[in-house]
Design a protein around this ligand. Structure first.
Ligand code: DX5
Ligand code: ZN
Length: 240
């Protein structure tokens, strides 16, 4: 079998994060309610500006309206080129986790965003596209992160297949975070389904974003729990 992280080193709690981009775009509230009813740990909100990635989704107005429905952690994945222009709007809208793309930032710009977000009691994450290796400025700031997101599809759309060539990078990241004793979440975003999740869970991924994996299923509410059970089973048995 391919190399995986020893089971004893998989210490992070499994969390399921339905991505409402995979839900009915004319009924985002309904998609959020499915995540809540399914007892998801957090809900993943994909913000895309048509510039950083080739799609346009929803903005702070939608996030603010959704915020009224639940206290669930809003995991806001900002696939936008100039996040500084929107961070205040998403803070006011009620985002909890601000996950920026490393490709869109520098260390100095990250530091300014970090100060602003922490001053409001919220947390920050960084995402890496499938082909992006961790830049030195990110490695130097890992202790400031709540979440490191490893993208396993190229940003833009729900329903793509997991890119398996990302697996060695995921292993390196898990190893690095474990060696540094950093218990931060390792989020996997893209193509997470029942059939694929074992591959990432056994390499240390613990927050499983699922668009199609939840919303394309016949019973999306039930799918949340089924994904969680499958992930726990993979960790218990070592079989993907
Ligand atoms: C892609 C988004 C993902 C996407 C995941 O740009 O960041 O969060 O919604 O969808 P699935 O799980 O269907 O790949
Ligand atoms: Zn996402």
């Amino acid at each position: 079998m391919e190399k995986t992280i020893p089971l004893t080193e998989l210490k992070r709690a499994i969390k399921i994060a339905p991505s409402i981009l995979g839900g009915d775009q004319s009924n985002l509230a309904g998609a959020l309610d499915i995540a809540v009813k399914g007892n998801a740990d957090q809900v993943h909100l994909d913000i895309i500006d048509g510039h950083f990635a080739p799609n346009i989704t929803f903005g702070p107005g939608a996030v603010k309206a959704l915020r009224k429905r639940t206290d669930m952690k809003f995991d806001t994945h900002l696939m936008i080129s100039e996040p500084e222009n929107f961070v205040d709007k998403f803070l006011d809208a009620g985002s909890d986790l601000f996950c920026f793309h490393a490709e869109a930032l520098t260390g100095e710009r990250f530091d300014a965003l970090y100060s602003k977000i922490h001053a409001r009691g919220k947390v920050i994450g960084l995402a890496l596209k499938p082909s992006t290796e961790m830049p030195a400025w990110v490695e130097q700031r890992l202790d400031k992160l709540d979440t490191l997101t490893v993208m396993t599809v190229n940003p833009g759309f729900s329903g793509q297949s997991m890119i398996m060539s990302v697996m060695p990078k995921l292993e390196r990241i898990t190893q690095m975070l474990n060696d540094k004793g950093l218990p931060i979440d390792i989020e996997i975003d893209g193509g997470v389904e029942l059939e694929t999740l074992g591959n990432v869970v056994l390499r240390g991924g613990n927050v499983l974003v699922a668009g199609a994996g939840v919303y394309y299923r016949p019973d999306p509410v039930q799918a949340v729990g089924i994904l969680r059970e499958k992930a726990k089973q993979a960790i218990a048995t070592g079989a993907p």
